[in-house]
Design a protein around this ligand. Sequence first.
Ligand SMILES: [Zn+2]
Length: 313
Amino acid sequence: MIEDSVYVVCPLCGADDYRLRFPATVSPGEEKKIEYYRCTSHHLGRHEDIVQCNRCGMVYNNPQPDPEALLNVYKEVEDPLYREESRARERTFKRSLDQLQRFIKPPGRLLDVGCYTGVFMKVAAAEGWEVEGVELSSWAANIARKTGFEKVYEKPLEQLALPGESFDVITLWDVIEHLSHPAEMLRNVYCLLKPGGVVAFSTHMVDSWAVRFLGTRYPFFMDMHVVHFSRKTTKRMLAQEGYELLKIKSHHRILRTGYFLEKLHHKVRIRPARSVVNWLSRRKWLADRFIGIGLLGLVNIFARKAKSREHRA
Ligand SMILES: [Zn+2]
């Protein structure tokens, strides 16, 4: 359980000048259980106040859990449901990898930060990448190792003594929105990438139609997602940290229908509709099919390490 929330300054420009953008959907001081921090958490759309920086436009949770406390939660988190859904994840990751390989092709060294149980590593290794992973959750890192990946490091990236300029690609799938200091992460990635190397990450876009339509109830506004990028703030962060933006592509997530219906069941408030969703989720012929979820404002971002870095330092 996370006890304390802290007030923070803008994670992109450091200003302490903001306005309320999406009011909290949880009551102040509501208990935050460790289950909320699972990859498959049902705590969608549940969050504290989300604010927007008046100086640079960055959107972020304020207050948010203390970064140290968050780190400890991610170390302890276990998520058996994720394993059951790994076939659907493989399909999602294959699409993301295809997009990535338009900019850089194997062979080469690839580091997957937040590799979880190693599903993306498996997909990338099959294409000829030499893969290594970083994963805080001991439970997930152990599974990745059992899958056959020896090099899975259980420490935050900045604490690993990995040799500089040694990776061709660094990926962060569904990671950046969990970080209190996302720009710092990109700075560390910069040091580890070879000149001309590519960083790829996925996240949700706060300037998407889904956010405009759903507002504060947008499902990816959650306590564990502490920063929310737009196209503008993404470009600013990448330029600031020495990257050249290659492409922002829409991210089409593939889910098992049964999993999707179960998630929907937690969100539907009208009783007859809820019963229908529940009934459908129990139909095996339907539950084991795959569906693609678009239009939720999820994107994959690809950027190249630029030759010179105009960092504010
Ligand atoms: Zn700012």
